[in-house]
Unconditional design. Structure first.
Length: 358
């Protein structure tokens, strides 16, 4: 859970940078949390949200995102669009691409359509919160019919910021894809850094594209292992960090006061009032190796992005890379090797030459 201090910092940063961000009923939430229906920011302020809390607790993720999207669409004056993960926002916008006709019809009728994973009693309670709105439905139809480049700002012209719970690691690709297409022109703000279930830092710079976090000393006890070529490196504390260097995170967090290696590698990018500012670099366990080469995921991802950049019009949405041993006999005579599966937007039917560039 997010400490009260973290939530207050978040709201202060948001209101300072985006003056209308905390307007009542002007934040839409797209997040599936069946066990704990609350906002990713950790501060359950129902007066901020135009989306009912009950929608996030549905047994089906697809149903939850569609219902939340419907309530977001009915509110033209949104100031903040908030998602638990960048991938959740991406999936909700994919649902908009494929189902905007049905969503617009629901707005016209003021209804929540039956769907798998949406119990009838819950559907009735949610539908009671809607009223028919043909004008808003016509706006949605007009904007979606024009295409989906920059669709978020066109649907909600007063939107100031998109808030996502995680914007690093595997989620970074989704953030990049959203910035380039659906959310073009809007800042994506990741407010918190969490590891091993503990909140460690807050992002004071919501308009910067690459998230970096101020480590807060009293939220958890952190130690750091220098990522250097030492046989047995000793841990160092917050006051011993050096700008520009990378460290493995060792965490002692409440409750329980357990001490463990979090598996996170952080880079120190600077200091703010003597407290270090860090950016997550990679997970220590996420490496590839079929010949003992030990390739970190972040390095592989950068190489793949460069390869995709050679294909005009292509955007990388997501990827999976597996070692040939996972494929058994289908790997052929060229084992050991990697198999790479990519999800692209803007490019189909790759030529052999384009495939070779990977």
């Amino acid at each position: 859970p997010v400490p009260t201090q973290g939530s207050l910092l978040y709201m202060d940063i948001l209101s300072t940078t985006f003056p209308q961000a905390l307007a009542p009923r002007c934040t839409a939430l797209l997040s599936w949390a069946p066990a704990c229906p609350r906002a990713p920011a950790g501060w359950p302020l129902p007066t901020l949200y135009c989306t009912p809390a009950e929608a996030s607790a549905l047994p089906s993720r697809a149903a939850a995102l569609r219902v939340q999207l419907l309530f977001a669409l009915r509110t033209r004056a949104l100031r903040v669009l908030e998602a638990g993960l960048a991938s959740e926002l991406h999936d909700a916008l994919v649902a908009l691409r494929t189902g905007w006709h049905g969503l617009a019809q629901d707005l016209v009728l003021g209804r929540v359509s039956p769907q798998p994973g949406l119990p009838e009693d819950t559907r009735g309670r949610l539908q009671a919160l809607l009223v028919p709105d043909a004008t808003r439905a016509a706006e949605v139809r007009t904007e979606c019919a024009r295409g989906f480049e920059g669709i978020v700002q066109r649907l909600w012209p007063q939107l100031e910021v998109v808030v996502v719970g995680t914007a690093h690691g595997a989620e970074q690709l989704y953030c990049d894809s959203l910035r380039q297409a659906d959310c073009k022109g809007l800042p994506l703000y990741c407010p918190f850094y969490q590891a091993a279930g503990a909140l460690l830092g807050v992002n004071l710079w919501p308009q910067e594209p690459a998230p970096r976090f101020l480590l807060c000393p009293d939220w958890a006890f952190c130690e750091f292992l220098p990522c250097a070529a030492e046989e047995e490196p000793r841990t160092v504390l917050l006051g011993e960090l050096w700008e520009g260097r990378e460290y493995g995170l060792v965490l002692t967090a409440r409750p329980g006061e357990y001490r463990c290696r979090a598996g996170e590698v952080l880079r120190v990018t600077g200091f703010h009032k003597q407290c270090p500012v860090v950016e997550p670099v990679r997970r220590e366990s996420q490496t590839l190796s079929v010949r003992g080469e030990s390739i970190p995921e972040d390095r592989f991802c950068r190489s793949l992005c460069r390869a995709v950049g050679m294909w005009p019009g292509a955007r990388l949405v997501d990827y999976v890379c597996v070692e040939s041993a996972l494929l058994g006999a289908s790997s052929g005579a060229c084992a050991p090797h990697y198999e790479v599966f990519v999800e692209l937007r803007g490019l189909r039917d790759l030529s052999e030459g384009q495939r070779y560039k990977v």
